[in-house]
Structures are given as structure tokens and as C-alpha cells.
Design a protein around this ligand. Sequence first.
Ligand code: DX5
Ligand code: ZN
Length: 216
Amino acid sequence: MSHLIAPSLLASDFTRLGDTANMLNRSEADWYHLDVMDGVFVPNISFGLPVISALRPLSKKVFDVHLMIVQPERYIVDFKHAGADILTVHYEASTHLHRTLAAIRNEGMQAGVALNPHTPVHLLEDVIEDIDLVCLMGVNPGFGGQSFIEKTYQKTEALRNIIDKSGSKAKIEIDGGVNSQNAPKLLSAGADVLVAGSFVFRSENPEETIASLKRV
Ligand code: DX5
Ligand code: ZN
């Protein structure tokens, strides 16, 4: 299967959310990456449930919701109602990760786990079969537009091995600092999904930039 592209709303113009949804509908984007931040787990606050609910009827795309919040298990049902298709929690924010993943799947969503740059991929070995998506952070979460951390290539390869050996169907998503320069290397390292925020939305023609990432 060819790789998937998930433009991140965080880098888009918040005064034109409807126009952005229409542009993404026309584009080759596969998923809509939605970054929820609480000002506690990460040093920034972005947007939350009402914005996602408002966007849901405007979008034909899969909603890939990335929770950068403490105790994410408190909000699983709420994000299902808001329209999330994939719900990703941080490893570092989830004390009972196994239970949280089961609860996400129980709501009919795909269950994702995100790893901060300092968190080793082998920590997922015992839970890999309960995961649909592993989101490897290419930057420290909290802000768009940061530069890519090179170590992410090795982590992608190591995670690819863990997943392939286990027989898990989990996809590998790379989030943060992705651009047309590092995309080919990330895909050869084993990535399945590329999130792109500023590279898409700060470009002259976001729709064409999405198409170009699809052609990598
Ligand atoms: C960072 C977010 C990312 C962010 C990526 O905390 O999780 O999804 O929007 O933005 P870029 O692609 O600009 O690094
Ligand atoms: Zn994200």
C-alpha cells in the first residue's frame, strides 16, 4: 500500500477553517491530523472538542486526533462523539496504556500511541498488538514549525522491525518536521503515514504540496 499523507490543521489559518476543510476534500490528503493540546502535557494550548465537532460535517477525510493531554482516558467517549476515527494518546501521559487502548477500540475508533523523541520504541513491545497506529514524534510536541530530529530515522527502522516480527498491523506515523527532503528517507525506513503541518500550509499551494508528498 502506498503511504498516507495527514496534513496538520495546527499550521493552517484558523480564520478559514471551512475553506481549509474544502481544500483538503479536493486534495489527495488521506487523513486530517488534529492536534489537541492542554497546556499541561505540552507547553501550549491549541483547540479541542468543539472545533473538531464543527469540522466533522465539512470533511470527507479520516479524522486522526492526536491528544497531547494528561490523563487522555478521561475524554475517549467525547472525542468519539466529536468525530474522531483514530484517537492517539501519548505513552508518557498514559499510566494504564493497555486499558486505554482497549477503551478506544471499544468505542469503534482505531487506537494510536505517540512517543516523544526521548521515549524508546521497544517500550511498545508488550502492547504492539493492541495498537493500530504508532505516532513517532520527529520534534518535541507542542508546536508546529520545529526542525526535524534526525534520530527519528533509526527509531522508525527499529519500530518497523518490532511491528513486522510481532505480526501486528500497526501503521507508523511520523509527526513533526516532515518535509519533501526527509520524506523519502522516512518512507524507506518504514513509515506509513506522514503528518505535515507547516510544510503544507506555509507553501504557496497547499493542495499541490500535498500531491507532491503523495508522489514521494
Ligand atoms: C506538534 C504536532 C504536530 C505539528 C506538526 O506538537 O503534534 O502535528 O502540527 O507540525 P510541523 O509539520 O510544522 O512540524
Ligand atoms: Zn500531531
